[in-house]
Write a protein that binds this ligand. Structure first.
Ligand SMILES: Cc1cc2nc3c(=O)[nH]c(=O)nc-3n(C[C@H](O)[C@H](O)[C@H](O)COP(=O)(O)OP(=O)(O)OC[C@H]3O[C@@H](n4cnc5c(N)ncnc54)[C@H](O)[C@@H]3O)c2cc1C
Length: 386
């Protein structure tokens, strides 16, 4: 077993880290205060990041992406976690893996522009009546001579405002779900309200409505009836990278702030880090953050070996999200009044952390998967040497 990173990996991490510190961090406060990212600033960071080869790093090189392995991607995503959701999206792209199922003319129309950053794409599964039960959607597409007619609605769609097209899951039969690429602006496709959230300021979360939207036959992504599989396959990697690794990055960032503070802040004539109760909060955070890190790297390594890492990724989803929650909660406590005060970013991290236990499968859903798989396959399911 070799736990070391090679020189290329170290250089890649350093490049991402520097880009975030120099180009993205200075924009965070403005976004938090005004609630949106200025489009001209979004364009500027997008262009700078692209010039450095940092856009769509998860996508194949031949399409214009970075061609990173899962492990290398995770190393970058961990760094992405040091900044905010909307800045990650604009600078580094959120190009979803199901798009790789594009064939023929779909490649030029949807896949390549997404990878090259010319068009932005959002993924839409959730509906008012179907969240955890993603197969319980009501949105449906009926096949006609000229293609498909789409009806239904979606909610909580991240980045919907900036997106040019949407991956939409829809029923194409009683028990059949397919995935469609739906361009913004098609007749019958309307955008509802921006659903205000507790955190993630600057990222819009939209309602979408489809009222007899006519889709061309090529709007169907992959095979008819494969939509659920495509969506779940995509979410598997998303959970590891965009949820797990980013949560780890955030927890690491907060831990760094906490460490600085316990060394600097003095009460009763001593550093607060000299009080054992404060030390416990710091030590528990260090232990949990590092356990999360190795859990994530291991799951990414498994994917790179071609192994099925579904249960490991469920474990990551729960543990990384909950570690982040515990670490930011302790950080608020360690910072005292300043932890609760908007003058520091700790309170923002606290609000932003909460949703990690909810989106991309709640902690309860993933605990259910882990328990059921363990009961079926045995506890050795998680042994490295199995
Ligand atoms: C900020 C944000 C961004 C989002 N972005 C997107 C997006 O871009 N695209 C998209 O499609 N969706 C998106 N979502 C939706 C998100 O994935 C869902 O909110 C999530 O899957 C949970 O669904 P729900 O909100 O309907 O909760 P519900 O499914 O109604 O769950 C409510 C509660 O019941 C529990 N529960 C439900 N079923 C079970 C069960 N079988 N066993 C035990 N407990 C259970 C849950 O764990 C939860 O505690 C986003 C949500 C948020 C908040």
């Amino acid at each position: 077993m070799d736990f070391s990173l090679n020189d290329e990996q170290k250089m890649m991490i350093e490049t991402v880290r520097r880009f975030i510190a120099e180009e993205l961090k200075p924009l965070e406060e403005e976004i938090e205060n005004q609630g949106f990212l200025d489009p001209s600033k979004a364009q500027a960071i997008h262009e700078k990041s692209k010039a450095l080869g940092l856009y769509a790093m998860n996508m194949p090189v031949e399409l214009g992406g970075g061609g990173l392995s899962n492990l290398d991607r995770i190393l970058c995503e961990e760094q992405f976690g040091h900044t905010t959701d909307i800045l990650i999206r604009r600078a580094f792209g959120n190009v979803y893996e199901p798009l790789l199922h594009c064939r023929g003319v779909q490649v030029e129309r949807w896949l390549k522009p997404a990878v090259q950053g010319a068009r932005t794409c959002a993924i839409t599964i959730t509906e008012a009546g179907a969240g955890s039960d993603a197969a319980g959607i009501k949105t449906h597409a009926k096949q006609t001579d000229g293609g498909w007619v789409l009806n239904g609605s979606k909610q909580f769609i991240s980045d919907g405002e900036w997106s040019d097209f949407f991956l939409v899951s829809a029923k194409t039969g009683e028990k059949e779900i397919s995935m469609f690429m739906v361009d913004k602006g098609l007749p019958g496709f309307t955008i509802g309200k921006n659903q205000q959230m507790m955190g993630l300021r600057g990222t819009p979360h939209l309602e979408l409505f489809f009222d007899n939207v006519h889709l061309e036959p090529i709007a169907l992504l992959g095979e008819q009836g494969q939509g659920f599989k495509l969506a779940m396959g995509a979410l598997n990697v998303v959970r590891l990278a965009q949820v797990g690794a980013r949560a780890l990055g955030k927890a690491t960032h907060v831990l760094e702030m906490m460490t600085g503070y316990v060394n600097d802040r003095k009460q009763f004539g001593q550093r607060i880090g000299d009080f054992q109760m404060v030390q416990q909060m710091l030590a528990d955070s260090v232990i949990e953050v590092n356990a999360t890190r190795w859990m994530i790297y291991h799951a990414a390594w498994m994917l790179d070996q071609g192994a099925d890492a579904r249960e490991q990724i469920s474990m990551v989803k729960v543990y990384a999200a909950e570690t982040l929650g515990r670490v930011v909660d302790r950080a608020v406590q360690v910072f005292g009044g300043m932890g609760f005060c908007k003058e520091l970013s700790i309170e923002r991290y606290y609000r932003d952390a909460r949703v990690y236990r909810i989106f991309d499968g709640t902690s309860e859903i993933h605990r259910g998967i882990i328990a059921k798989s363990t009961m079926k396959k045995g506890a050795s399911l998680f042994d490295v040497h199995r």
